[in-house]
Design a protein around this ligand. Sequence first.
Ligand code: C5P
Length: 234
Amino acid sequence: MGHVSKRLIVALDLAEPVRADELVEKLSPLGVSFKVGLELFMAGGPAMVAKLASRHNLFLDLKFYDIPNTVAAAVKGAAELGVWMLNIHASGGRDMMLAAREAIDASVNKPLLCAVTILTSMNNDLLAETGNPLKITDQVSILSKLAADCGLDGVICSPLEIAAVKKTVSSQFLTITPGIRPRGENKSDQARVADPAGAIKAGGDYLVVGRPITGADDPLGAARKILAEMGEVT
Ligand code: C5P
């Protein structure tokens, strides 16, 4: 899993690449991993991703969800940018996930391939409205099992489902968990949350944290505090 502080993935959810560069510079001494999602990707594009990936563990969080041929092509392009991890939606199904797996196996750079299960902003009522009557934990377990069958390396789920995923698949199957909120911090649009210590205690492998760091007056201090809560020495 690499150095312990790499287990904290800071979500660079900023609309201006210059601000993202500043934040990366500030946090670099901690040796954390970084994540580029839709917001920064729209502003900085593939060039920014390649630049960050050449210096840091970079998770490209574009959550591909399309027909197998299209997803395979997008995954190939993402792998070529040198990223460390990328993701697709598990609900795209077996053929889509197998196509993504094959695309990575055929690439020179082989990032970790993970699948989004159910977004951490969803609750049981919101899931039911999409026509799925299952409880979120059960649906996450079903999608995790399918992702593992397709040879994926892990899933993105909430910290509340870590134990269920590990039990359904295996303790080696990676869990990457957004929905991390230090105690007392605003949940905003996240529904299924836990604090950093709780996610580690549940067996989580990588913790994704955005606004509690990007929105802090002192992002370095906020990140240090989260690492300390994760039990890391900084
Ligand atoms: O600011 P916050 O800590 O809520 O950021 C969480 C990050 O994780 C965001 O970049 C969001 O896009 C991402 N994410 C998520 N839920 C998922 C997958 C990714 O919140 N299931």
